[in-house]
Design a protein around this ligand. Structure first.
Ligand SMILES: Cc1cc2nc3c(=O)[nH]c(=O)nc-3n(C[C@H](O)[C@H](O)[C@H](O)COP(=O)(O)O)c2cc1C
Length: 195
């Protein structure tokens, strides 16, 4: 069974909700999936780093704050330098997601940060592979999957006046599940190929 770790930060619960749906999509394939809070991995010397080292894939998730990953997520990213020294994540599968208030909201910057982090660790970055669901006049905005239209990772929107109970909406949460499924399936192929 493949092991997938999801490391995320969420200040107000919206990104946590996305993480839970990424978890569901991945776990429904039969993978062994665990959610980790970035705050529990803030220092290189404390936290479940050994568990991350045994995962086949690590998925990074954060809200986009001021056009980048949030500070607690960046603290985790910096703390991962000890794993970098040890090549602990080399050749693992990596992927990323971000959630923000605007439909675009500079989410690409956050996804690029995660892809660069994966590159630094020598990981294998998995792009989303889902076409944009709202880029033609025939498309309906409501209910569209991958509505924000990102390819390098999962991007969801939670309108800023809505609590985490009400946002992101069902279409974005379904998109999150399909993203989790995609990463789990690629991980499964990668692990089988190595065997
Ligand atoms: C400090 C801060 C900065 C933010 N910057 C952005 C931004 O650059 N782009 C955007 O679309 N939304 C931005 N937002 C909105 C959040 O991304 C949005 O509310 C998100 O759902 C918060 O996720 P969370 O509940 O997991 O913390 C910002 C919110 C905060 C608190």
């Amino acid at each position: 069974m493949t092991k997938i770790a999801i490391v995320y930060h969420s200040g107000y619960g919206h990104t946590a909700k996305v993480a839970e749906h990424v978890f569901k999509g991945a776990a429904d394939t039969g993978a062994d999936v665990t959610l980790y809070k970035a705050e529990d991995l803030a220092s290189p010397d404390t936290g479940p780093w050994d568990e991350l080292a045994t995962a086949d894939a690590i998925i990074f998730g954060s809200p986009t704050y001021m056009g980048s990953a949030s500070a607690p997520m960046k603290q985790f990213m910096d703390a991962s330098s000890k794993s970098w020294f040890a090549d602990a994540w080399k050749d693992k599968i990596a992927a990323g997601f971000t959630n923000s208030g605007a439909l675009a909201g500079d989410k690409s910057s956050t996804l690029a940060q995660f892809a660069t982090l994966a590159g630094q660790h020598g990981m294998i970055w998995v792009n989303f592979g889902m076409k944009p669901g709202f880029n033609a006049s025939a498309h309906e905005f409501e209910g569209a999957l991958n509505r924000a239209g990102h390819a390098t990772g999962l991007a969801t929107q939670a309108l800023t006046d809505l609590s985490a109970e009400d946002g992101p909406d069902a279409a974005d949460l379904k998109t999150a599940e399909l993203f989790g499924k995609r990463v789990a399936e690629v991980t499964e192929r990668w692990v089988r190929g190595k065997a």
